[in-house]
Design a protein around this ligand. Structure first.
Ligand SMILES: Cc1cc2nc3c(=O)[nH]c(=O)nc-3n(C[C@H](O)[C@H](O)[C@H](O)COP(=O)(O)OP(=O)(O)OC[C@H]3O[C@@H](n4cnc5c(N)ncnc54)[C@H](O)[C@@H]3O)c2cc1C
Length: 435
């Protein structure tokens, strides 16, 4: 054996597991397809001396114990404040009770259903579910769920959404929008420092040959020698695992058990369009009548970007999630930039060419067409409430799947969920290695 444990993927799940396993005295190697670590955390330093540019994870959803361990005192938190604005009837107005109204509806999500149903179906029964007072915000609620969970509401499980919402309230995961001033990349840096061992970059895994005796992992490049390990931790995103025959995908030999394949099929990688603009001066400085704001919602169903949030004094991020028409094929950054500028010009009532003149930076990242992610983060389809349990059950003491899909609850599809999963899998392997 080359090593005790081979970790596939150097995102936060893989790095957390690697650090903890190494601390436990096991020999650990980490392989990664890309030429960088961090996976869906991608923090770029700003060349303009403003806040860092987050192209992947940005919001901090509270601190479960597993994540708190990796927070450095230097990782300064910033809580986003300022008004919440809604764009309606051609203008931006403050809507202080937006979240309260949305929450009132989400609180009515059922704890258990005789048979699970899609969120869209549940919402369509709104007359019975949503009280008359809140009926007017159904459109907001749809936009919120679709945008936040990057999910197709025609497929998303109502039971799981209910569980996420309830647990998020319990642990305070959605309280206030907050982020690290220095970016989520600090988590990755911290883990890499702790691991203190080279990570094998540009190692795209193509085949995993496994048995209860051990595992051999082969790479796409024939220049790279296979690696043998007693156990393998597989942290590849759900979207990659579901596309075994596509670029980035992995073939297992023998094939994975049917129960695992069934569990995997209950997950779906969500899609979202995200872009970051840096302006000097900022567009809102041309609208002195506007209150200081943190977030803007454009609720019209045909808005390409439903949500915008400010990051510092010069940066604004546009976001929309769910099965958008624009995702059908890859779009060039120029097209996305043009569409974003048009949307911002409309929101702030500024001519687009004037806005263009103040633009100093534009960034976007296409996660859906990236073969190593195939989407932004996972959601659970109808009937999939117990899929995570099967997904996280080791196969023959050889294959250990882990990742942000595992935590069905407050931290599904988040950095916290990834850290929890990496911690869980490390503990299991440590225990089994000692037996
Ligand atoms: C746009 C966007 C916004 C987000 N916003 C937030 C947020 O605000 N807050 C939050 O908490 N979370 C957010 N997330 C989710 C968060 O980024 C993820 O939940 C978390 O980073 C997942 O970590 P992971 O290690 O499980 O997976 P990943 O980070 O995806 O790591 C998996 C690794 O496997 C590698 N890999 C893939 N295929 C192969 C192969 N064949 N061989 C070898 N290696 C391979 C990948 O390159 C990757 O490095 C966001 C994600 C995106 C994309």
């Amino acid at each position: 054996m080359n090593t005790d444990v081979l970790v596939l993927g150097a995102g936060v799940t893989g790095l957390t597991a690697a650090c903890l396993l190494k601390r436990a005295g096991l020999r650990v190697e980490v392989v990664e397809a890309r030429d960088r670590v961090g996976g869906r955390i991608l923090t770029r330093p700003s060349p303009f001396g403003v806040e860092p540019i987050e192209l992947g994870a940005e919001l901090v959803h509270g601190f479960p114990d597993e994540a708190r361990t990796w927070v450095d005192p230097a990782m300064d938190l910033e809580v986003r404040d300022g008004d919440f604005l809604i764009f309606e009837h051609g203008q931006l107005t403050s809507s202080p009770d937006y979240f309260m109204k949305v929450s009132q509806v989400l609180e009515q999500l059922p704890q258990e259903l005789e048979s699970d149903l899609a969120v869209r179906e549940w919402l369509s029964q709104a007359e019975g579910i949503i009280s008359v007072d809140t009926h007017g915000v159904k459109n907001w609620v749809e936009g919120y769920i679709q945008g936040y969970h990057a999910a197709d509401l025609a497929q998303m499980s109502t039971e799981v959404l209910g569980q996420i919402e309830r647990e998020s309230q319990e642990v305070g995961a959605v309280e206030g929008a907050q982020f690290f001033r220095g970016g989520q990349g600090q988590f990755v840096d911290r883990l890499v420092r702790e691991f203190n061992q080279p990570i094998l970059l540009n190692h795209e895994v193509q085949k995993v040959i496994w048995s209860s005796e051990g595992v051999e992992v082969m790479f796409k490049s024939s220049q790279l020698a296979p690696i043998q390990a007693r156990r393998v931790v597989i942290t590849l995103p759900i979207g990659v695992l579901q596309n075994a025959s596509e670029k980035g995908g992995v073939v297992f030999h023998p094939p994975l058990p049917d129960r695992f394949i069934r569990a995997l099929s209950y997950f779906k990688m969500g899609t979202a369009l995200r872009m970051n603009f840096v302006f000097k001066p900022a567009p809102w400085s041309f609208a002195p009548h506007l209150p200081d704001f943190g977030m803007i919602l454009d609720p019209s169903p045909d808005a390409l970007f439903r949500v915008w949030w400010k990051r510092g004094e010069h940066q604004i991020v546009g976001w929309n999630g769910g099965p958008l028409e624009i995702f059908r094929q890859p779009q060039s950054p120029e097209v996305i930039q043009e569409l974003g500028l048009k949307a911002l010009a409309r929101l702030f009532s500024i001519p687009q060419d004037r806005l263009q003149g103040t633009l100093i930076g534009f960034y976007s990242q296409d996660w859906k067409h990236d073969p190593y992610s195939r989407g932004v983060y996972p959601y659970v389809k109808v009937g999939g409430k117990s899929a995570a349990q099967t997904y996280a059950t080791p196969i023959e003491d050889a294959l250990y799947f882990a990742g942000d899909a595992e935590c069905i609850g407050a931290y599904l599809g988040t950095v916290n969920g990834a850290i929890q999963s990496g911690t869980r899998v490390a503990r299991v392997i440590q225990r089994e290695s000692n037996e």
